[in-house]
Design a protein around this ligand. Structure first.
Ligand SMILES: Cc1cc2nc3c(=O)[nH]c(=O)nc-3n(C[C@H](O)[C@H](O)[C@H](O)COP(=O)(O)OP(=O)(O)OC[C@H]3O[C@@H](n4cnc5c(N)ncnc54)[C@H](O)[C@@H]3O)c2cc1C
Length: 309
């Protein structure tokens, strides 16, 4: 498939935002920076230099320009037609991490695994669950990421975010409005950092828990594949994977996309799949589950952008 091309907005944006320090790239491919390895480009990819640069950009961008933020792309299908407007990815300027007593503060671009390792090295318990989540801190805040009995809401003290008008907000745990794989914080808020609470623990025991999580993931999830993690949320009183299995979808193939044999709530790009094939397979699974069990599965994976023209 030929990659779609959007009109180049970079010269106009650069003129409108003379003090911008971050990088703007026109028609930047997104497939390379998502786990599924599918989808079209960002009309403009913006990598802000730091929080102040992000706030400056958001305050001065044309109000009508759509803005989308992505993290490490581990819970994301980028559609084949690409993402119009500005796609923001927090990189280097958001990669700081520090320990202060029993608290850890990390930029939104820090991988969750690094937060877990930093906590373990500092002898802090309560954050090992982040070892099991292959995203970054911003995604964990948006998704209330959780694994192995722990969730972001159990460990968060506070977070910072910038809204679409460029205003900076400091959010308490209560402000986050966390429910299962969801935060009620307005959609336009871009998280920039988070502070987590650990509890003093035994370094060897914490490391043992991390090792347990690592081997359990390797045994139960296709973590070396092109995938997007859990496709559907667990409906009340059900496990999504069991409903998918009961609907006969284990191993189901559409084009170059497949329902994982290993874990039926994971979809796979077998190599060369389009986003439409992966999303279409997900919709077919939802249809079959509805037919066999009466339950309508809700997507956990976020889908962004436009279908191919
Ligand atoms: C193999 C595998 C295993 C997984 N296992 C788990 C698991 O056990 N538990 C679990 O919870 N998840 C799991 N996931 C899903 C995924 O890792 C999490 O949802 C993660 O929190 C997403 O983070 P990300 O940085 O990759 O975000 P992305 O996938 O890039 O984005 C996800 C959402 O977060 C938003 N977002 C990202 N950054 C920001 C920000 N700075 N501010 C505001 N919004 C933002 C995006 O707009 C999007 O809506 C798994 C995924 C894979 C591939």
């Amino acid at each position: 498939m030929t990659a779609p091309t959007f009109p180049d907005l970079v010269p106009d944006l650069a003129a409108k935002l003379p003090e911008l320090r971050g990088r703007l790239t026109a028609n930047a491919p997104l497939a390379d920076i998502t786990w599924f390895r599918v989808g079209g480009p960002a009309q403009v990819l913006f990598q802000p230099a730091d929080e102040a640069d992000l706030a400056y950009a958001l305050a001065h961008l044309p109000a009508a320009l759509p803005v989308t933020v992505i993290g490490l792309g581990s819970n994301l299908i980028v559609r084949d037609g690409g993402v119009p407007g500005l796609v923001i990815r927090l990189g280097k300027g958001f990669s700081d991490i520090s320990v202060d007593g029993t608290r850890i503060t990390a930029g939104a671009g820090v991988p969750d695994v690094k937060v877990a390792r930093t906590a373990a090295d500092a002898g802090l318990a309560g954050l090992a669950f982040l070892r099991g989540i292959p995203g970054a801190v911003g995604g964990a805040l948006r998704m209330n990421g959780g694994a192995y009995g722990g969730e972001t809401k159990d460990a968060l003290v506070s977070a910072r975010a910038v809204d679409r008008a460029g205003r900076i907000h400091v959010l308490t745990l209560a402000d986050m409005g966390f429910t299962y794989r969801h935060s009620a914080v307005p959609e336009d808020f871009i998280f920039t950092r988070a502070t987590f609470q650990g509890t003093p623990g035994d370094a060897a025991a914490i490391q043992a828990e991390m090792d347990r999580i690592t081997s359990s993931r390797e045994a139960t999830q296709p973590i070396k594949s092109r995938t997007g993690g859990s496709t559907f949320k667990n409906p009340d009183g059900h496990k999504a994977w069991q409903l998918v299995d009961a609907a006969g979808c284990r191993g189901l193939v559409m084009g170059r996309a497949q329902v994982s044999e290993m874990h039926t709530n994971f979809l796979l790009n077998l190599g060369g799949a389009t986003a439409a094939e992966i999303e279409g397979l997900g919709e077919e699974v939802r249809r079959r589950v509805r037919e066999t069990s009466g339950v309508t599965l809700e997507w956990e994976i976020k889908r962004i952008g436009l279908p191919a023209a």
